[in-house]
Design a protein around this ligand. Structure first.
Ligand code: NAD
Ligand code: IPM
Ligand code: MN
Length: 357
């Protein structure tokens, strides 16, 4: 029996809808195992800008720092997506949270539940058994490099920059994970063109000397993007930079069937943040259509990684699996054969998950 304090940070759009389900799952687990979980909500993104003018107010950050883990939803609003001139933006809150909490490693497991073999646009015989763990570097790269408008606003640049220490620490985490899995690691870069990728590759090769048992493979990001779809089972652990990791994991969500299935853990120096990889999904916000499984599976990662509660975490994953086995689907993972009575919304599929915990 443990006592833990959790910051709940739903953010915007479907972030609110799916995080509510993720939180209920944590409550149910606490009740089942006799743990005491306390919760504190904090604002981030568009809702924080509306309330305070700041996408990550100081007290939100304080709440996160003082918690044992953070369950985060998503940020974003169409108002900013369609206004490139906006100076204050929801996404700044997310990037600041990652930087301030030192969350340099973003673990994105791509795990295909067997029941969803037909939810993907990739052929089942290519997909069956795919199981990938991405280590996306999260506090460096072009996301945090110097940027500027120049030439009277006629041009702009963003700097893609990597320090060796940044590459080294994420590479070590990936090698450590590879040791516990299939002892295979793919490092993805663009070292045939970019100097920051050459420092990436050079550093990964140095770290590799400490892990002689791990079979290390390098791929250029363009080829890696192709191979993911051609032969997803050839991937095991992957380590890559912030931008390449962002793009490749959205692509890889199609291996798991949908963006609505992909959870992630952002870890590093302090409190861990657990977040779906998807965004605020304006196109389905407020319709009750969002798949909450990415948030629920993020809660499972939270239990495992931040609290060391392996069995509790497994219970959550098994509950999701059981709901899928029972044939329940949200729209994003349904197909023409899904019977109408099995097609559920965010809250109703959430209830089915809770019933199986
Ligand atoms: P998105 O991930 O929000 O949506 C992409 C597509 O996937 C949409 O069609 C959406 O309906 C679908 N989708 C996403 N999550 C789903 C779920 N749980 N269930 C069912 N369908 C789901 O990406 P986008 O449309 O490019 O961006 C929308 C906004 O979200 C933007 O403002 C962007 O900046 C922001 N964003 C935030 C995060 C984050 O907070 N981590 C991540 C990505 C995008
Ligand atoms: C993600 C998102 C964010 C990113 C955006 C919203 C800043 O796409 O969490 O994957 O690019 O990291
Ligand atoms: Mn993304």
């Amino acid at each position: 029996m443990a006592t833990k304090h959790i910051a709940v940070v739903p953010g915007d759009g479907i972030g609110k809808e799916v995080t509510a389900v993720g939180k209920k799952v944590l409550e149910k687990i606490a009740a089942k195992y006799g743990h005491t979980f306390t919760y504190e909500e904090a604002l981030i993104g568009h809702v924080a800008i509306e309330a305070t003018g700041d996408p990550l107010p100081a007290d939100s950050l304080e709440i996160m720092r003082n918690s044992d883990a953070v369950l985060f939803g998503a940020v974003g609003h169409p108002k900013y997506d369609n206004d490139p001139s906006a100076k204050v933006r929801p996404e700044q809150g997310l990037l600041k949270m990652r930087k301030e909490l030192g969350l340099y490693a973003n673990l994105r497991p791509i795990k295909l539940f067997d029941e969803l073999l037909d939810a993907s646009s990739i052929k089942p015989e290519i997909l069956r058994g795919a199981d990938i763990l991405f280590f996306r570097e999260l506090t460096g790269d072009v996301y945090f490099g110097k940027r500027e408008r120049i030439e009277d606003g006629e041009a702009a640049y963003d700097t893609m920059i990597y320090y060796k220490y940044e590459v080294e620490r994420i590479a070590r985490k990936a090698f450590e994970a590879a040791m516990t899995r299939g002892k295979k690691l793919m490092s993805v870069d663009k070292a045939n063109v970019l100097e920051s990728s050459r420092i990436w590759r050079e550093t990964v090769l140095e770290v590799a000397k400490d892990y002689p048992e791990v079979e290390l493979e390098h791929q250029f990001v363009d080829a890696a993007a192709m191979l993911l779809i051609k032969d997803p089972r050839r991937f095991d652990v992957v380590v890559t930079g912030n931008l390449f990791g962002d793009i490749l994991t959205d692509e890889a969500s199609q291996i798991a069937g949908s963006m609505g299935m992909l959870a992630s853990a952002s870890v590093g120096d302090g409190t861990g943040v657990y977040e779906p990889i998807h965004g605020s999904a304006h196109d389905i916000t407020g319709k009750g259509l969002a798949n909450p499984m990415a948030s629920v599976l993020s809660a499972a990662l939270l239990l495992d990684i931040s609290f060391g509660m392996k069995q509790e975490s497994l219970d959550v994953i098994n509950a999701v699996d059981a709901v899928l086995k029972a044939g329940f689907r949200t729209r994003d993972i349904a197909n023409a054969d899904t019977p109408a009575d099995k097609l559920l919304g965010t809250d109703t599929i959430g209830e089915e998950i809770l019933n199986r915990l």
